[in-house]
Design a protein around this ligand. Sequence first.
Ligand code: BLA
Length: 497
Amino acid sequence: MTQQINHDAEFCGRVPLNQTNLIQPHGVLLVVNAADNSILQASENAEEIFGFSARDMISKKLTDFPFSSAYENLLRQLNENPSDNILARLQFESGPHITKLHRKGAFVILEIEKQKNGVQEPSSISPYEHVKTFMAAVEAAATTEETCALAATELKKVSGFDKVMIYRFDEAWNGDVIAEAKEPGMDSYLGLKFPASDIPKQARELYKKTPYRLIPNVDYEPVKLYPVLNPRTNAFTDLSDSSLRSVAGVHLEYLRNMNVVASMSTRILKDGELWGLIACHHRTPNYLSYEMRSVFELLSLVISTKIGAVQTKDLLAYELSRQEQLVNLVQKTYRQEDPKQLLQTLLEADGIAVVENNKIETGGLTPTANEINDLVIWLGSPEEKKLLHQSNLSAVYEPAEAYAEKASGLLALPLEGGEGRFILAFRREAVRNVDWGGNPSEAVQFESDRKKYHPRASFKQWQQTVRHTAFPWSKELLRTAEEVQNLFSTYRQKSGV
Ligand code: BLA
């Protein structure tokens, strides 16, 4: 198996996103002192909204403008909930504009969106009609994949993006493209996996506060804040939660390498955690209206609710059959019948070993008695009788390489009542081919000075064969295993076997 470098944690995860005083030009940004409403910094395009240059703006207070009382209302809301992002339509010199406010320490950051730059809504039907159609269609979807495929198709229709993908994070924060709707002639990423470092952890973290990230044109001319440093702190103002914040260079290069000119990503949360993204690409500049972005937000909620419902239904079915099997297991144990076959079914294993008093009983596909003996010595006596589960046993216990085909997966249930009492469940190797969107080992390309770096240039399918790995033990299965462990521990104590 290819050993992968974890660029997510080691390198890309440290690219600072707050060390910039630049914004994208599709809006104007002001940094305001929350205490006295004085304007401390303004983006150099302020004139386009306010009719005053950035230099002139910083001698003013927000209360000097006609929207003053509306602003003070918003400020009150923000003071009550300082972690909120507040959106409002405020009246400026140049007309009404969508404005976002958020708090950063002692400062309020205002981001005023410029008008839509003449891009037509792609569809004559109201976006809300599309939402209705989508919600009705999604009712009938039976799986997560089906739901996501419907969402991608509908969102492409409604937004006019050239490509809409649904991207699901795996347990290591790599992402799988599980649904895609695209214009003919564009590269397809459906079924491909992208390494975690493509959206490193500090970039993922931002979705906790901001539901989407919009980059209307990767070839934008960044706009500076004036003055460069915040006069209160003599440092850059932290723009990490700002929607207009200029984009990290490495990501702009990444999008260019994908032949993408505009990009938008909307979070999909599940149980409060980032589950995935709706990732959209366009081959020409695309400024999406605020209304359309709201549709994305709404549909991302519908998707996560549906995913939750599908999973609850599957879990319920699993729970029912598990309960039945557990009852069977209890009966078998008390009747002193051989439980191995049932354990194998219950733990979804290819082989089972029951180890007790230096006696090893096996059923199904397992390593030899000697190999199991050595394995038990290696397992020792786990603290608090914690379960041990591995889907790549030879990575942590080298001798297992010799029998990887038979047993790459191990679930060890240490039992009460003496050293070396275990139920061991084994899973055979399941050779997996993983299709990556470009070679993940080449995710970061360093120049010869080892300082400058670039993202990979190719996203063509790159196949990795993963060996010595079994299907992982699911969270639900581990709960079942704990119940089995309790049952056998109690049985032992009661019967004194
Ligand atoms: C940001 N990377 C992002 C974002 C996405 C991706 C969606 C959020 C911004 C956006 O919406 O465009 C990645 N986009 C993808 C992926 C697909 C897609 C995987 O459409 C697949 C279909 N990126 C690199 C390397 C580094 C890196 C090597 O390739 C670091 C060294 C970093 N990506 C990186 C950073 C950001 C980012 C720092 C945040 C950009 C910002 O907010 O300024």
